[in-house]
Write a protein that binds this ligand. Structure first.
Ligand SMILES: [Zn+2]
Length: 270
């Protein structure tokens, strides 16, 4: 696959915080239509002075947007507001700063010469959003935060993540992502977002089948409470060869799948 570059109205600035969950580091994005004086920053990233300084000096920062609450995206929010005076807007009011109003799914923001449509895409966390960014004369792109990553798969985070919500969010991103460039907050750009979303869904459904089979093989009743002991037994069965560094994530993923399966049973759809 070729190396995909963002269009001229998007600049990626990667923080120096690599790790098993952040891949090569958090990718902040600076949005600015050609000729515009102001810029919009998406995801301040960690509270890292060099990174925040680079964002603050990318242009006159008019607005800061946040994809979701996780610290590798928001720990730098207060400091970036301090450096730029720009309001910080997130879906969760607790992550807004400087008078920034909470984001609403479906709203479109015009700033820095670009249009930013807010898509509510819960699942990774309850407050996860994606941004469809368009500029005059250019094909739109979708900033996916942690909902779709540049490689690997997304974790359904405790306590508010939901696999049921996540699968619905994948449907929305597939509908909006046909032939569209996806720009994740971790890992490289994805050339066709809908193609990657379909692969994510297939992977999720395959894992769900493995979890369902494991619960049957282990004799776990389908409506059993999702206890730590059940999660541990199913995780050991499904993720036998997993790197210990990502075992907590695997355990969390299994928990989310067991909750999803139990929910399906309760509503009679599974
Ligand atoms: Zn996250």
């Amino acid at each position: 696959m070729g190396h995909v570059q963002p269009p001229p109205f998007v600049t990626m600035v990667r923080a120096d915080n690599p790790g098993p969950m952040t891949l090569d580091g958090t990718r902040s994005y600076v949005l600015r239509a050609p000729g515009a004086r102001e810029v919009v920053v998406v995801d301040p990233g960690p509270d890292d002075e060099a990174h925040l300084g680079a964002l603050a000096s990318a242009g006159a920062v008019a607005l800061v947007l946040v994809t979701h609450r996780h610290a590798d995206h928001t720990a730098g929010s207060a400091r970036l507001h301090e450096l730029t005076a720009a309001p910080v807007r997130a879906l969760d009011p607790a992550h807004c700063h400087g008078g920034g109003r909470p984001l609403r799914g479906g709203e479109t923001i015009e700033a820095a010469g670009v249009g930013v449509e807010v898509l509510a895409t819960p699942g990774h966390t309850a407050d996860s959003v994606s941004f469809v960014v368009s500029a005059p004369g250019e094909a739109p792109v979708v900033l996916t935060g942690d909902t779709v990553l540049g490689r690997g798969t997304t974790v359904i985070s405790a306590p508010d993540g939901s696999l049921t919500d996540y699968l619905a969010s994948l449907d929305l991103l597939e509908a909006r992502g046909e032939g569209v460039l996806g720009l994740p907050a971790h890992g490289p750009a994805v050339e066709d977002l809908a193609v990657v979303v379909r692969a994510y869904r297939a992977h999720r459904l395959e894992r769900l089948e493995q979890v369902r089979a494991a619960t049957l093989a282990l004799g776990v009743p389908s409506r059993a409470a999702v206890t730590d002991a059940v999660v541990d037994r199913v995780t050991a069965a499904v993720y036998a060869d997993v790197d210990p560094a990502v075992l907590p994530a695997a355990r969390q993923s299994v928990r989310a799948q067991l909750v999803h399966l139990a929910h399906g049973d309760v509503t009679g759809s599974a």
